[in-house]
Design a protein around this ligand. Sequence first.
Ligand SMILES: CC(=O)N[C@H](C=O)[C@@H](O)[C@H](O)[C@H](O)COP(=O)(O)O
Length: 226
Amino acid sequence: MSGVTEAIRGRLVVSCQAYPGEPMLDPRTMSQVAQSAVIGGAAAIRAKGLEDLRAIRTAVDVPIIGLVKVGKDGVYITPTLADCVAVAETGCEVVALDGTRRPRPDGLSLAETVAGLKERFPEVLVMADCGSAGDAVAAQEAGADLIGTTLVGYSGERPKTDGPDWAAIDEMLAVADRPLIVEGRLHTPADAAEAMRRGAWSVVVGTAITHPATITRWFAEALPGS
Ligand SMILES: CC(=O)N[C@H](C=O)[C@@H](O)[C@H](O)[C@H](O)COP(=O)(O)O
């Protein structure tokens, strides 16, 4: 078991991401958000984009789960081997990539992508962002070190539930033979604790901690008459 895997066991990982066109899409801002998350108790940071990753690397000492997003449809989370290598070059301990069974844009299989990355960066761990238990089984066979529930509700296999899709999470936990990280629509501390109670290795929370526009909308829309 790697030191990074042990370091996140039972702990909170905070995803610090801003999206195209948003005011917080700025490496300095994201590194300040990441630093704040570490002060609050994050055991690791998940972040996207090479510039943000480089800035966050210099700002925090905790492990970083890095990714790039290429577009927003289909296979868009670190879709190609070249993307994986570019993310690893920023110094991330973990590279997160699309871990679904969908065809990848560079024509490589997930197993070839994992092997190609590990050939260049043997120490780097691979987190496979999956959308279902079927994906999780395939990602394990492909050599992923960590399985994420990140793409449940986004890959077309499962409907997108308002909160965590506990049925899918339980199915994935049942087939997992390595650390399963619950990520995606954990909106409250109680959700995060419930994921751990069900058997998650660790939890990743993004929007509910680091996306003020969405959090503000939750409050604004909760007011009577809105
Ligand atoms: C589906 C997809 O592209 N998820 C992305 C993966 O990195 C991020 O946009 C999410 O914010 C992250 O997964 C954390 O989830 P939530 O923000 O729901 O806590």
